[in-house]
Ligand binder design. Sequence first.
Ligand code: NAD
Ligand code: MN
Length: 356
Amino acid sequence: LEKYKIAVIPGDGIGTEVIAEGVKVLEKIAHIDGSFAFSFDYFPWGCEYYCKTGKVMDDDGLERLSKFDAIYLGAVGAPNVPDHISLRDLLIKIRQGFDQYVNLRPVKLLAGAPCPIKNINREDINMVVIRENSEGEYAGAGDWLYKGKEQEVVLQTSVFSRKGTERIIRYAYELARHENKTITSISKGNALNYSMVFWDEVFSEVGKEYPDVKQYTYLVDAAAMFFVKDPARFQVVVTSNLFGDILTDLGAAIAGGMGLAAGANINPEKKYPSMFEPIHGSAPDIAGKGIANPMASIWSAAQMLEFFGKKEWSNKIIRAIEKVLTEKTVLTADFGGKASTKAVGEEIIRQLSLLC
Ligand code: NAD
Ligand code: MN
């Protein structure tokens, strides 16, 4: 029996609600398959924990997490804790501490998912955004110069290393080659005359090793426009930390909404555990009501299975979600339904069993 040790960080708000459904799906799959099993260890970190202890995560958090095969995270954030504390002291600490330099976010319009773009062909929204996840605009470098009103100046510095830029671009090229897809680099070399000029150079340099992969480049502002006007242009997209963050929320909006958007934070070398999480936040506006859509977190669980080499199970989860979306009888409020988080989780599990 293969064993996978999963560290679960439900976090705050709807994070705890949606993660519970994802865990049930994983347990069900292990049960049906029979050749592997999961163990789940829970960590109570997040904003509530911060209010009690003064820490978002324990000091030895990374060390404890390092013993797991993967991390499954809900969302962190609460109205009474500054967002930069919860984000930097937990999420970014894990992403950077475990060198999860690939943030892989599918932007795919599933069968039955709503789309705000009129007359869209479903197949036209089918991309994977590879977001640089370890440095760039989120490196955390900067300074607050001359505190005090009149002469106040703040610096927020982007960091693009040769190693960091090359490895993310190479990862995207490999994926594009492997899946026989085009690659698009999204940057902003006209305005960011150091960082993005460098990015563009690396993209074209590495690209010489992939003459078989069709290569495109876009400025980020134009790309944002085409995400909406003509998303069929994009297949494998590679972009920086900040641009990827923004573009994937836009991607979520065209592909069914935040309730359906999944993301994986991957350390490809498997030196450290990778982390799987929906891209949405803790949604304080609907937290505690049991009405959050668990599909995004369940899709993240599917990404985890794919990462473990269980692509067929990952595909089955996505097909089960599509079944629920097309039948439209058990949906949460974001999709116009009245069902609870739990009911949707159970319905996905029921559809999954029917597929087996
Ligand atoms: P959010 O993603 O929490 O919510 C945005 C909107 O989408 C809200 O109206 C919410 O109700 C809706 N929504 C999100 N997920 C949903 C789901 N699964 N089902 C139904 N509706 C859903 O973003 P926000 O409001 O900007 O941030 C709230 C908090 O979450 C903040 O503290 C923020 O810092 C934090 N946050 C955390 C993460 C993370 O943990 N990865 C990501 C983004 C935001
Ligand atoms: Mn974001």
